[in-house]
Design a protein around this ligand. Structure first.
Ligand code: AMP
Ligand code: ZN
Length: 465
């Protein structure tokens, strides 16, 4: 399997530290708001990569943090008149709602920065002891010049970075490139006791510290959106490697942005859609399909038209599922013939293609093409004479290939229970709107199918006659 490594700027053969296991850390959201569909792309991309690694037999430990203390958190808590802790609790629970709805698997652990303050202080102390960090009036800065390889991840040399005009000059720092790893308390801010007085961690330090604590000094994969490569990940590399003397992450992966009119979707530009807004209008399969129809290192230029075309594509794949499910209802043949067994075996060429593409730096775009070829092959070869065995074989193959992408797992058959519940809901709605004719019609139609409704104090119940 090959992975494009930002650190070396090339595709490399993936070799985990422990054979068969992957230690993976993905930078998570700052929990001060609902996440937007751009953030969602990054979460979906690395969720898919994790699922695929699992599909290929790796045991993956997947850590994604919650940044629950920083300027944005403090400002928002002040606006909302709550504590930073309350704000974090609230948006973490909202994060789970949206991430679950996007079919993003839960991480092995979601550490919160504020739950690792002691470890962060130890980390900062270690850097001060080794001479990589210095204190100025309660703030602690990392000394970038002391770390020989500063700039290696983002491919910049320190002189170029220093001459970058955009770095704000701050008199407290020895060098404009130095960054805060501990910040002294300002009035009204939450703070923790430390050897440098009351204060809080800088942003970058939490990921270095929690990755080390939960995964060890060297991890396999560290990932995040492309905007994090510099300075966030560059600073993580510097801190971690300065402290341990070991390589921090063997593979660095960065996903490209969701753009709107070729500008990055972001909260500050107000050009965003929240994930929940989009989930109200589109099925999760459609959203995931859209994000995965481009390779994760290619930008997605977001629009509603693109979502509509993703919807049509997903329908084509579900048509194949529905064809098979309908044939399964019709057929009376159980066991497959030799010719059918041959056909089923021949479908593996699509699976091989899919694996070849996914093994090549998770090329979901081409893997999806292999799924369409599979669907086409199934649709044109199976019919009402096909056996249950071959139909089930074909169905489980298309589901198997959809699973790492988190799509095509649903049935197109509506169960009787679901259908009745839906009709009861429509009847209640009609009654609420005083459309009694409609309400009676729904009840009579159900009765004609042998289903009677009873209005009880606990709500409407139904039973078969
Ligand atoms: P944040 O909450 O802003 O720290 O972002 C959480 C994750 O979403 C990070 O990995 C970001 O790199 C990523 N991200 C932010 N904006 C976008 C975007 N427009 N497209 C893709 N990923 C993004
Ligand atoms: Zn991070």
């Amino acid at each position: 399997m090959k992975i494009y490594n930002t650190l070396t700027r090339q595709k490399e053969e993936f070799k985990p530290i422990t054979p068969g296991e992957v230690k993976m850390y993905v930078c998570g959201p700052t929990v001060y708001n609902y996440f937007h569909i751009g953030n969602g792309r990054t979460f979906i991309a690395f969720d898919t990569i994790r699922r695929y690694l699992e599909y290929r037999g790796y045991k993956v430990t997947f850590i994604q943090n919650f940044t629950d203390i920083d300027d944005k958190m403090i400002n928002k808590a002040n606006e909302e008149g709550c504590t930073v802790k309350e704000l974090g609790d609230r948006y973490i629970s909202e994060y789970y709602k949206d991430a679950d709805a996007l079919n993003i698997e839960r991480a092995s652990t979601n550490p919160r920065a504020t739950e690792y303050i002691e470890e962060i202080i130890d980390f900062v102390n270690g850097l001060v002891d080794k001479g990589y960090a210095y204190e100025v009036n309660g703030d602690v800065y990392f000394s970038t010049k002391k770390f020989e390889n500063y700039g290696k991840l983002s491919g910049q040399n320190i002189e170029d970075l220093q001459s970058g005009a955009r770095i704000k000059v701050d008199e407290r720092k020895n060098d404009p490139l130095d960054f805060a790893i501990w910040k002294s308390q300002k009035p009204g801010e939450p703070a923790w006791k430390s050897p440098w007085g009351m204060g809080r961690p800088g942003w970058h330090i939490e990921c270095s510290c929690m990755a080390k604590k939960l995964l060890g000094e060297t991890i396999d994969i560290h990932a995040g959106g492309a905007d994090l490569a510099f300075p966030h990940h560059e600073n993580e590399v510097a801190q971690s490697e300065a402290l341990t003397g070991k390589q921090f992450a063997n593979y660095w992966m960065h996903s490209a942005f969701v753009n709107v009119n070729n500008q990055k979707m972001s909260k500050s530009l107000s050009n965003f859609f929240t994930a929940r807004e989009i989930l109200e209008k589109y099925d999760v399969d459609v959203i995931r399909f859209l994000m995965l129809s481009a390779h994760y290192r290619q930008p997605v230029n977001f629009s509603m038209e693109l979502l509509d075309s993703a919807k049509a594509s997903v329908e084509r794949l579900y048509n194949c599922v529905s064809n098979i499910e309908n044939l399964l209802d019709e057929t009376t043949v159980e066991t497959m013939t030799e010719a059918e067994a041959e056909f089923l075996k021949s479908l593996n060429k699509h699976k091989e293609k899919y694996i070849e593409k996914m093994d090549d730096d998770f090329n979901t775009a081409d893997a999806i093409t292999a799924m369409f070829d599979l669907a086409k092959d199934i649709n044109s070869n199976l019919n009402a004479e096909s056996s249950k065995e071959v139909l089930n074989g074909a169905l489980s193959l298309i589901r198997e290939l959809g699973a790492p992408l988190g799509i095509i797992q649903k049935s197109t058959k509506v169960s009787l229970e679901d259908e009745i519940e839906e009709l009861i809901r429509q009847r209640q709605e009609a009654r609420k709107n005083r459309d009694f004719a409609m309400a009676d019609k729904i009840r009579d139609d159900l009765k004609a199918r042998g289903i009677v409704l009873e209005d009880t104090p606990q709500g409407v119940r139904w039973k078969k006659l």
